[in-house]
Design a protein around this ligand. Structure first.
Ligand SMILES: [Zn+2]
Length: 95
């Protein structure tokens, strides 16, 4: 599945100011729960915004997808939860 954010912009994680100035875009590849017994991958286009605040140390920041996945994660949150349940149920043996 191909996806991208729909928000107009984002809040700088350091100063909290809003920015809709796009610096660049990059692709994230997130594994999700299987669909119809097939592996499911989300190819997510992430925008990197410019923080233009003069008193902010941060130059750019990536738009967050906190409901979907943690920063830098390769799995979605719900796939992580499923894998944790399998690991706990099998006491760490291969699931
Ligand atoms: Zn900032």
């Amino acid at each position: 599945m191909v996806a991208k954010g729909r928000a107009a912009g984002g809040l700088c994680p350091d100063c909290g100011r809003f920015s809709d100035r796009v610096h660049d875009r990059y692709q994230r590849r997130l594994k999700d729960l299987p669909l119809a017994e097939q592996g499911f991958v989300i190819r997510l286009t992430v925008r990197r915004f410019i923080c233009g605040a003069a008193d902010c140390q941060r130059r750019t920041f990536a738009e967050p997808f906190s409901g979907l996945a943690a920063p830098h994660a390769r799995f979605t949150k719900r796939l992580n939860r499923a894998l944790e349940r399998v690991g706990l149920a099998l006491a760490g043996r291969a699931g």
